[in-house]
Design a protein around this ligand. Structure first.
Ligand SMILES: [Zn+2]
Length: 317
């Protein structure tokens, strides 16, 4: 189903009622019909316009449970208008802007909403990058020069992956990391890039385990002071300079740590869809991701399994 409003006016017309919004979310969350988040059962009885009762395990389920809309006291119609507005802004959004557009009473509410929507911009379980992918890290904020020093309060270290697409840039991924060690870099690469891909980096030791992790590793060394990292890894550095400009323009360069993660998500969402002609399609993606429930990832299973007992260390491998 790729069913979405073509224009903002159509969005307003179509999602005027709670039921219309709820039906839309239902089809996005369960395109093949109801599926119980507890037991996977496919039969359910409607209890009200909001609640369903799973026929197998009797769990009470709503289409918004477990999504960013959970526990909201605001009508879904207002959320839909917020999503429409976020999508219509080409360069990014501010909490103040959202507060004005929706006539929200408090700035804090608008701020919290925007951050929820930014979270939804990262699709759970989305495809990883593949082919040839450039990876490098950079500091945001602060005046200190130099790579790979210790992180301070004022600076944030982020790692960026940019897929090659001919001479241009395909999709990107980015993440804030604690330091430039292999222990920080490898989980990012493994979450973001398909094994078997070519990962192109500079000669930093933090990338040394790549081949053992199942990647083909292409290393380009700086040959002298006349060469800059942006020549070695042009795509990733193009993305970094766009990101820095965007942060300055839209978010006044804010790199305070908590919002930064959300800004990176928003930037990635907009960048990866920069050629999408249809705003409506972006709306569709955002709504789809807003009700996508995070898959239980292996790591968190391992985590909970290893929490209680110290006997089964095999699980950690
Ligand atoms: Zn169930």
């Amino acid at each position: 189903m790729e069913d979405y409003p073509r224009t903002l006016a159509e969005l307003e017309r179509r999602f005027r009622s709670e039921q219309a919004c709820r039906d839309y979310l239902f089809r996005l969350r369960w395109p093949e019909g109801f599926r119980c988040p507890c037991c996977g059962g496919t039969q359910a009885w409607p209890l009200s316009s909001v609640w369903w009762r799973c026929a197998s395990c009797a769990h009470k389920v709503s289409v918004t449970a477990g999504t960013i809309f959970q526990d909201t006291h605001t009508p879904l119609t207002v959320w839909f208008r917020a999503m429409g507005w976020v999508i219509a802004q080409k360069n990014g959004v501010s909490a103040l802007g959202l507060q004005r557009v929706l006539g929200l009473g408090s700035y804090q509410t608008a701020w919290a909403w925007l951050h929820k929507l930014r979270r939804a911009m990262v699709r759970p379980g989305r495809d990883r990058l593949a082919g040839t992918v450039e990876v490098d890290e950079t500091y945001l904020g602060g005046l200190e020069e130099g790579k790979r020093g210790r992180q301070t309060e004022k600076k944030a270290l982020i790692v960026v992956a940019a897929q090659e697409e001919g001479r241009g840039i395909g999709r990107i991924r980015m993440r804030r990391i604690a330091d430039a060690s292999a222990a920080s870099l490898m989980p990012f690469v493994q979450d973001s890039i398909e094994p078997g891909s070519v990962v192109h980096t500079d000669g930093w030791l933090g990338y040394e385990p790549l081949e053992r992790k199942g990647y083909r590793h292409r290393i380009t060394f700086l040959r002298g002071p006349e060469e800059s990292p942006s020549e070695l890894l042009p795509r990733v550095h193009r993305v970094i300079s766009l990101l820095k400009r965007w942060l300055l323009g839209t978010h006044q360069g804010a790199v305070s740590f908590e919002p930064l993660d959300y800004y990176l998500d928003e930037f990635t969402f907009r960048f990866n869809r920069r050629r999408s002609r249809s705003r409506g399609k972006l709306f569709f993606r955002l709504a789809q991701q807003a009700v996508a429930v995070k898959p239980v990832i292996y790591r968190s299973l391992v985590q909970s399994a290893s929490d209680g007992s110290s006997t089964n260390h095999n699980l950690l491998r």
